[in-house]
Write a protein that binds this ligand. Structure first.
Ligand SMILES: [Zn+2]
Length: 434
């Protein structure tokens, strides 16, 4: 009898708390925010609207205009002296990598738990610099750290950007992402940067396992890296051929996933495009034939140019090598842009310091894009690449409330993007410096 009474009390209390929770949730979800924007720039159409209001409910933009009706309880934010833009999308990041990876390979020196924490810190840095969405294009051997960071942010445990992650990448033995030069006895025991898949069975198993762990897309390596470039003729090692790429693209699509590939150029890049990848990453040596095929097939290109520029302190041989790479990157960029290849903004951040993403916008402008075109590649084109063009990349009714602001006019001077003063992600304000 007593037990029955206690149970009834518990049910009553549970019901009361549930109702309270539902009311609170409804209030929060329906919370309105009204932003006064001095200038509103949507890079997709390049138009600037002056002195307009943006009305947000919960995490969604519901109206744009002047003198908008809103709830009396609406939160008011003044960005009257700023240019307001959609949150930026970086389509090529490595949150679980830091620029010292060459000196201290993280697969040898860091635990994956520590790398997850580094990944969270990196993601937060990107967010505060205006990047509200990151397409994190392989965790560089940090096991499931990228998935953990994505989920912890999604669950609301930490502030952070929206993350689209690829987990482990897939490459070939002795190719890119395979540590080389170690004693065989050590090599066997060392965790690699990627899954090594040398035949079709291994490729299929890798993709299925990746899907099981909860990745959003698949990253493969279609060519080698800098050490695989022939310094006489600048040809790069091809890794997977067209048939193998087709095989992987087909398996990934069974699980609703796209395939992105690292490819510098040559046969590896052509075979990747012909095999149906969604995007080519880096691509500094893409030739005419491959660029034309990319236009025909609608393949995206994520060039990541800043990270390949020569650095101070390089020896003269490396400097010449990197100057040549930068020259070819610039020429390919101009050609691809002219041909109408869909160019998505990406930094390769992790290989460069976290938080410095805006520098790639400047490189794109230096290489011939207008500031608005560069910003468009980091908003609407990035959104299309991740198939979220109906939700991200634009400030318009029905879109998610990913909104940033900068002082100055980034449509006139791209360097204004260096200092992002306001960041809202999914309706939450995470930065507002006045
Ligand atoms: Zn990369």
């Amino acid at each position: 009898m007593i037990k029955k009474y206690a149970n009834a009390q518990r049910i009553k209390l549970f019901t009361q708390y549930s109702i309270l929770f539902l009311i609170l949730t409804a209030c929060l979800l329906g919370q309105q925010t009204l932003i006064y924007a001095g200038r509103l720039l949507n890079p997709g159409d390049g138009k600037v609207l002056e002195n307009v209001e943006i009305l947000i409910e919960g995490n969604t933009i519901i109206n744009i205009g002047k003198g908008l009706k809103h709830d009396r309880s609406a939160r008011i934010i003044s960005l009257k002296k700023e240019t307001v833009l959609p949150g930026l999308i970086d389509s090529h990041t490595h949150i679980c990598l830091t620029p010292d990876y060459g000196v201290k390979p993280p697969v040898l020196y860091k635990t994956n738990s520590y790398r997850a924490l580094e990944g969270l810190a990196a993601a937060q840095k990107a967010l505060l610099a205006g990047f509200t969405t990151l397409r994190d294009i392989d965790n560089e051997g940090a096991d499931m750290a990228d998935i953990a960071v994505r989920d912890a942010i999604k669950e609301g445990l930490f502030m952070g950007p929206r993350l689209i992650v690829s987990g482990w990448a897939i490459s070939i033995t002795s190719g890119h992402m395979n540590l080389t030069g170690l004693r065989p006895v050590i090599d066997k025991k060392v965790q690699q940067y990627a899954i090594m898949a040398d035949n079709k069975d291994a490729m299929i198993a890798a993709i299925r396992n990746q899907n099981k762990t909860g990745v959003d897309f698949i990253k493969i390596y279609s060519t080698g890296t800098l050490r695989h470039i022939n310094r006489d003729n600048y040809e790069v090692l091809p890794q997977y051929d067209q048939e193998e790429v087709e095989y992987m693209v087909k398996e990934a699509s069974r699980w609703g996933m796209d395939v992105a590939t690292h490819a510098y150029g040559g046969k590896g890049a052509y075979d990747a495009v012909a095999g149906g990848v969604r995007s080519i990453e880096h691509g500094m040596f893409l030739d005419e034939k491959t660029l034309n095929l990319m236009v025909r097939k609608g393949t995206f290109w994520c060039p990541t140019m800043t990270v390949y520029l020569p650095e101070e302190g390089m020896n003269s041989e490396d400097k010449i090598f990197h100057e040549e790479i930068a020259k070819r990157h610039r020429e390919t960029f101009k050609k691809a842009f002219k041909k109408g290849v869909k160019i998505a903004f990406g930094t390769d951040i992790g290989a460069m310091p976290h938080g410095d993403g805006w520098t790639e916008l400047e490189t794109m402008v230096n290489y011939g894009m207008s500031p608005v075109e560069a910003l468009n590649s980091a908003t609407e084109i990035g959104a299309e690449l991740i198939r979220m063009e109906d939700k991200l990349g634009r400030i318009a009714p029905g879109y998610l409330a990913d909104i940033i602001a900068v002082k100055g006019k980034p449509d006139k001077n791209i360097r204004a993007m260096q200092n992002v003063s306001f960041v809202m992600v999914n309706g939450d304000v995470v930065k507002h410096s006045k």
